[in-house]
Design a protein around this ligand. Sequence first.
Ligand SMILES: Cc1cc2nc3c(=O)[nH]c(=O)nc-3n(C[C@H](O)[C@H](O)[C@H](O)COP(=O)(O)OP(=O)(O)OC[C@H]3O[C@@H](n4cnc5c(N)ncnc54)[C@H](O)[C@@H]3O)c2cc1C
Length: 354
Amino acid sequence: MNTNGTPDLSAFDGIDFDEAERRNVVIIGTGPAGLTAALYAARANLEPLVFEGTQPGGQLVTTTDVENYPGYADGVLGPEMMEDFRKQAERFGTDLRHGSVTAVDFSERPFRLMVDHETPILADTVIISTGASAKYLGLKNEQRLLGRGVSACATCDGAFFRDEHLAIVGGGDTAMEEALFLTRFAKKVSVLHRRDTLRASQIMQERAFANDTIEFLWNTVVEDVLGENAVEGLKIKNVETGETSTLDVTGFFVAIGHQPNTELFKGWLDMDETGYIQTLPDSTYTNIEGVFACGDAQDHVYRQAVTAAGTGCMAAIDAERWLAEHGAIDGVRTQTEYHAAPAEDSDGGMAVQG
Ligand SMILES: Cc1cc2nc3c(=O)[nH]c(=O)nc-3n(C[C@H](O)[C@H](O)[C@H](O)COP(=O)(O)OP(=O)(O)OC[C@H]3O[C@@H](n4cnc5c(N)ncnc54)[C@H](O)[C@@H]3O)c2cc1C
């Protein structure tokens, strides 16, 4: 982005788009949102082109067990689940490619995209499903033990730690919410905070203070996570006294925020102050017609695989209908009977067909 906040188009200098490949739908990202959008768009014969970015499969490839995705009665490993998503999207003709979208020009349609700084692509619609990244502390052994006791998602992983002693770092509303959630399973939850007051709202603080399962360790920072194959403790330091000690916990939750992967779209799309893309209510429409956003890139509230997949489905249907209205290229027309075709039901509402 330029310093004045307008989009930087220098990446397009000297790039010839005359011979560039042109597609009905380009999907950016292959997490649950992007691959669900791809499945729906492919089944509607839109032949979506999907770029995987640097993390094919998205955030779930960094975790082990997923127990809350519907349809997997016995749970599933995150990477296996995303492999299933990929295969299902490919079965209907999704064109999946390695590469990251490195620049976009949404000033006119077809939209111009650059892939890996060198390949020009034209797109009649774009679905953004670039996700978000949990922030971590950057400790030596934090990433090594990710999914082995280190987690950035209490909703996802709390239930794996029944009757155990857990630690959580953070001082905002999300940290308090997650700490309270963890008390449903854990025998004790230690909230570690580097200051002696919380950033969280008064109401969330009161709830956390009133919960006997939660203890607060003030003025405390985590220096490292201990354990060979699973978390066995934390090395912590009191910043007032300089004293270091070991906290015997078997789970460590990091709740210091998320960063949506949306830098690329700054200057084009409306975003909140953190960078989450703003979509119109009950839709995946952004402020630019023909550009849709789904998944964690636009959802700072739920941040779950199933909600990402749900909005991915919405984005594909929104894109399909938008193309049906504005005309898809090469005479390709959408085939709503393949999925979620709206039909008047007896109550005058919309019925959804499978
Ligand atoms: C450790 C961990 C455990 C979790 N466990 C669970 C769980 O048990 N249950 C649950 O429901 N949720 C869980 N979650 C949350 C869940 O993973 C996310 O809500 C979900 O993955 C969001 O999906 P998404 O498709 O929006 O984005 P992501 O999964 O974040 O995928 C983003 C995709 O965009 C791509 N991308 C980014 N930028 C570009 C670019 N410029 N060009 C091309 N591609 C790009 C990336 O390579 C990636 O493929 C967990 C998260 C983490 C981190």
